[in-house]
Write a new protein. Structure first.
Length: 172
């Protein structure tokens, strides 16, 4: 299952490969089907070009983002975000503060969230501080976590509708 990419792999005994002294030339040359899709003049893509699991994107503790964040990948937030976040796996670091809705297949909260949390798997660690509703399929809350809001289990918490709000009373 595990394989090296051609960029980092050295094969001195294989026919058709350059000598070891030309390693930088091999690293710069795109290889494989992704290279033909990008074209010859396009720069080599970052590790994201492979659709397998990659390391998460990290927003450092000195970063403040105002606006929404959306990714199909994984993200780890250590800084401050004022806006909604949607990701596959979302880890909120101990130093992070999120003001907005967070949505993900897997959500781990170590820091502070002010807003709704929606996820298939939601975990609040002992250092978590959540002020808002949690909609989940499965949930784990460690001893020491602070939580103020409601918890609701749904079969599909990622549906855009979120929670169903009660209809206002009918007068008459």
């Amino acid at each position: 299952m595990f394989s090296k990419t051609r960029v980092t792999e050295t094969r001195p005994n294989q026919p058709g490969t350059a000598a070891q002294g030309t390693e930088p030339e091999r690293a710069a040359a795109p290889a494989g089907p992704a290279a033909t899709e990008r074209g010859a003049d396009a720069p080599a893509a970052a590790p994201q070009q492979q659709r397998g699991r990659t390391s998460p994107s990290v927003l450092s503790s000195d970063l403040t983002v105002t606006g929404n964040i959306r990714t199909d990948g994984d993200i780890q937030i250590e800084g401050n975000v004022e806006g909604d976040i949607r990701a596959h796996q979302l880890v909120i670091g101990e130093s992070a503060t999120i003001k907005g809705e967070i949505v993900g297949d897997e959500v781990v909260v170590n820091g502070r969230v002010v807003g709704r949390v929606r996820g298939l798997k939601v975990r609040l660690t002992a250092t978590a501080r959540v002020e808002g509703d949690i909609i989940h399929k499965t949930i784990a809350i460690e001893s020491g976590a602070h939580f103020e809001g409601s918890v609701q289990r749904q079969e599909d918490p990622l549906a855009n509708g979120g929670t169903k709000k009660l209809a206002p009373p009918v007068s008459g």
